[in-house]
Write a protein that binds this ligand. Structure first.
Ligand code: ZN
Ligand code: ZN
Ligand code: ZN
Ligand code: ZN
Ligand code: ZN
Ligand code: ZN
Length: 483
């Protein structure tokens, strides 16, 4: 790549021939340092801010090549491959454009797979559905949206596409997905749906486990289009952190693909790792780490996971039966760790903690199904006997309760503030919990004695980056009216 880069250009400030190259993107040239710094406010947004790092344990990952501020654009790219999510899509997805099909009767005339409309332009597009349509028709595969992405990747592999070369370099963790695992069972299920195709091309059998691994480990859920996932050459290299420093959004580009854009959400120093979050921000450490190990095959050791109190939020903390102290894990990076009281000598084992919190979770799920102000209030008082008020379960019940409590209730503003303390710790820039936080701010704004305008304005600014037609954007419109 380096060798083909030009060695000189034209200074954008004075128009003279220039040989001083921008150190980050290596695409812009300047006549001298002073014109380079003069041009920085303009060039900053177009300058590449990342590079690929390599590490024996972590594999390939992304690093910041300059200091970044919240909101700075880092990377934008089209997907290597994309398609309907491989996990439980209840709805039909158009094989042409990826949008949801409202009219279940519309089909592609070639393969009879579902389409949004019979004349969807993606259906006849060579770069999109046209290339796979003949194969789907010939193999007579019964339409099932969840196998389409696998088929698209099989085609890339079969045709030795350049995009397959990039895909094959990504991690697929096949060694963790052998017989006996859920992942292996899923490969078997998918191969049954692909039946006729695998009979036609039996060599596809061997590559199927790798393809399924690539999807599970690397695919990002897109929005828009809803219900699809996509794999990206560079964006899929973002490593996980439970306090991620980037957020991403999607837009459909002129070729109908979901293009990803990645932005910084915190101040990031040059050389720091860029990260995203693959679990739910409001899950406690035990749940997040179990989920990451089961789905992404790695044990997170980020600063949030390493802190028994989860950055002071106490999302997993229990109350000790002594009634004076809190129960925290001795070593939060060890799933078998004992938990100890910070006041008395009491301890419990990790499986006792798991049993208790899982039982309470069932109770929460049950009550939430028919939530009223009364049932939620009662549940919360029961939970807070055993759990820290900042515990994951208490926060989730509180978030539903604030939406039912009247503004005059002192408990309402108290709970809103507790939730806001938690989300501000875990997601200071509203990168993941924008809607959740905005709902809380709007409830707080309705309480007497609160600065209504300030809370609503903050809620509105959090929702600015929500995708079109999402619940977040609907709430934004409501708040703008209230303002
Ligand atoms: Zn110049
Ligand atoms: Zn540059
Ligand atoms: Zn369509
Ligand atoms: Zn077709
Ligand atoms: Zn973590
Ligand atoms: Zn105690």
């Amino acid at each position: 790549m380096e060798s083909s880069a030009p060695s000189h250009g034209v200074c954008p400030v004075c128009g003279k021939k220039a040989t001083l190259k921008c150190g980050s993107c290596r695409r812009e040239f300047y006549c001298d340092k002073s014109h380079q710094s003069q041009d920085w406010p303009r060039h900053r947004s177009g300058c590449i801010a990342w590079k690929i790092g390599r590490d024996p344990e972590l594999g390939r990952h992304l690093l910041a090549t300059r200091d970044l501020a919240p909101g700075d654009a880092i990377l934008s790219e089209a997907p290597l491959v994309w398609g309907p999510s491989t996990h439980g899509v209840a709805q039909w997805i158009c094989v042409g454009c990826g949008s949801r099909c409202d009219d279940v009767d519309a089909r592609c005339r070639g393969c009879l797979w579902p389409a949004c409309r019979p004349d969807c332009e993606g259906l006849s597009d060579k770069k999109r559905h046209r290339s796979e349509c003949a194969l789907l028709a010939r193999a007579r595969i019964i339409p099932r949206c969840e196998v389409l992405l696998v088929i698209r990747m099989l085609i890339l592999w079969r045709t030795r596409s350049k995009r397959w070369t990039s895909l094959a370099e990504l991690q697929s963790h096949e060694s963790s997905r052998g017989p006996g695992t859920e992942a292996h069972a899923e490969v078997t299920r998918i191969s049954q749906h692909l039946g006729p195709l695998l009979t036609m091309a039996s060599d596809c059998w061997d590559i199927l486990p790798k393809i399924c691994g690539l999807i599970d480990v690397n695919a990002l859920e897109t929005m828009p289009p809803e219900g699809s996932v996509a794999i990206y050459e560079n964006a899929s290299l973002l490593e996980h952190s439970c306090v991620a420093n980037t957020r991403h959004s999607f837009r459909i580009d002129d070729k109908g693909r979901p293009r990803i854009a990645i932005y910084a959400v915190t101040f990031v120093k040059k050389g720091e790792h860029l990260s995203t979050m693959y679990t739910h921000a409001l899950w406690s450490t035990r749940i997040r780490r179990e989920h990451l190990l089961a789905t992404k095959y790695f044990a997170c050791r980020c600063k949030r996971c390493a802190d028994p109190a989860e950055l002071g939020t106490h999302l997993g903390t229990l109350k000790c039966p002594c009634k004076k102290g809190l129960m925290l894990p001795n070593d939060s990076l060890d799933s078998d760790t004992d938990w100890s009281c910070n006041v008395c000598p009491g301890t419990v084992t990790s499986s006792e903690v798991a049993q208790l919190t899982d039982r309470l979770e069932e109770e929460v799920t049950g009550v939430m199904k028919q939530a009223t102000e009364h049932t939620l209030s009662e549940l919360l008082s029961r939970l807070t006997v055993l759990l820290h008020p900042g515990h994951q379960h208490c926060i989730s019940v509180s978030h539903s309760l604030i939406q039912l409590l009247p503004p005059s209730s002192p408990q309402k503003s108290e709970l809103c503030k507790l939730i806001l303390d938690t989300v501000t710790q875990l997601d200071p820039y509203g990168a993941r919990l924008a809607l959740y936080t905005a709902v809380t701010l709007r409830e707080l704004a309705s309480c007497p004695g609160e600065n209504k305008r300030a809370h609503l304005s903050r809620a509105a600014s959090l929702l600015k980056t929500e995708p079109p037609n999402s619940p977040g954007q609907k709430l934004l419109r409501l708040i703008e009216m209230e303002l």
